[in-house]
Design a protein around this ligand. Structure first.
Ligand code: SF4
Length: 312
């Protein structure tokens, strides 16, 4: 029993460290309050298990089981009272079904533009798409690249982050978002309650534009079908479009990012949330708060989906 107690104590300390880290990230992002974070469920479960064992003198139950019980209770409450997000989705579905939404009818998830999405493909895995990319020379960006930066993360991720294109660090390492902007993105992901390896990260173009210039329309048009195919394979709940180029590519619009950020759009069979690019946030830290509000909507939506799935 003392071993179990010791394990719970060390888990508790670990969680306190996690929460402290979270608070640091949130403070950096300009967050002033939040409703709940996934780690706090674990923390509460550990505290209640430890308190119960102190009270009864019996060996504490396994904290994850406590967390599962707490989640089941929460799910039951949501089932009885109705999840407000579920109601919103129901309303959004009926808006989608409305024939009046032929062009740009606003819905609870924002304006839903009609899109030319990628044609259906037979891709079953990301490896198949990578094999098709090969040693790509389809656009002129191949001349300036060192490495094709295909993307990385969980192939079954619920959230996908899409940037513009690789920079110098990414080109050298063959991995997306590993420079300063990548470090900020990592903190944003962690502030949402996820780990980098739990999401999928990629870009609109997979080769570094010379001198980090903006990718040109023909380069985007050549490379973006691969992005659309990745989305169809991963089937995330939300794609977060980081910056104007990603948002415009994914939504088929020329609207500035400042006009479209912070609203859910429907495209490529999923929800798309445009927000600011981390590189922009490094230059304009006063906009981090808006970016955090966008990411909080994504987190809340994904969590509401998981509750809905758990209650089925
Ligand atoms: S940017 Fe895309 S389309 Fe252009 S060469 Fe690289 S992988 Fe091919």
């Amino acid at each position: 029993m003392s071993d179990v107690r010791e394990e719970i104590r060390s888990r508790l300390l670990e969680l306190i460290r996690d929460v402290r880290e979270h608070l640091r990230y949130l403070e950096e992002l300009g967050v002033t309050h939040w409703e709940d974070l996934p780690a706090t469920d674990d923390l509460r479960a550990c505290i209640s298990a430890l308190a119960a064992s102190e009270r009864t003198g019996e060996a504490p139950s396994e904290p994850r089981a406590e967390a599962a019980r707490a989640q089941a209770t929460l799910d039951e409450e949501i089932r009885k009272e109705g999840d407000p997000m579920t109601s919103k989705r129901r309303a959004a579905r009926s808006a989608t079904a409305s024939p009046e939404r032929a062009s740009e009818q606003p819905t609870l998830f924002g304006h839903l533009p009609l899109l030319q999405t990628a044609p259906p493909t037979e891709d079953r895995t990301l490896e198949e798409i990578r094999a098709d990319v090969g040693d790509c020379t389809r656009c002129k960006l191949h001349r300036s690249r060192t490495t094709i930066v295909f993307g990385e993360g969980d192939p079954r991720a619920r959230i996908m982050f899409v940037g513009e294109g690789p920079g110098a660090e990414e080109d050298a390492q063959g991995r997306p978002f590993v420079g300063r902007a990548g470090q900020l993105l990592n903190r944003m992901i962690e502030a949402m309650g996820f780990r980098r390896e739990e999401v999928y990260i990629t870009n609109v173009v997979m080769c570094r534009p010379p001198n980090n210039r903006t990718p040109e329309p023909d380069e985007i048009a050549t490379c973006e079908p691969f992005l659309f195919r990745k989305i169809r394979v991963i089937r995330p709940d939300v794609v977060v479009a980081l910056g104007a180029i990603a948002a415009q590519s994914l939504l088929g619009t020329k609207a500035p990012i400042g006009q479209i950020r912070g609203r859910f759009f429907e495209a490529h069979g999923t929800k798309v949330m445009p927000t600011f690019h981390p590189a922009f946030l490094l230059r304009a830290p006063e906009r981090k708060r808006e970016a955090w509000e966008d990411l909080r909507k994504v987190r809340d939506y994904v969590l509401s989906l998981s509750r809905e799935r758990a209650s089925r």
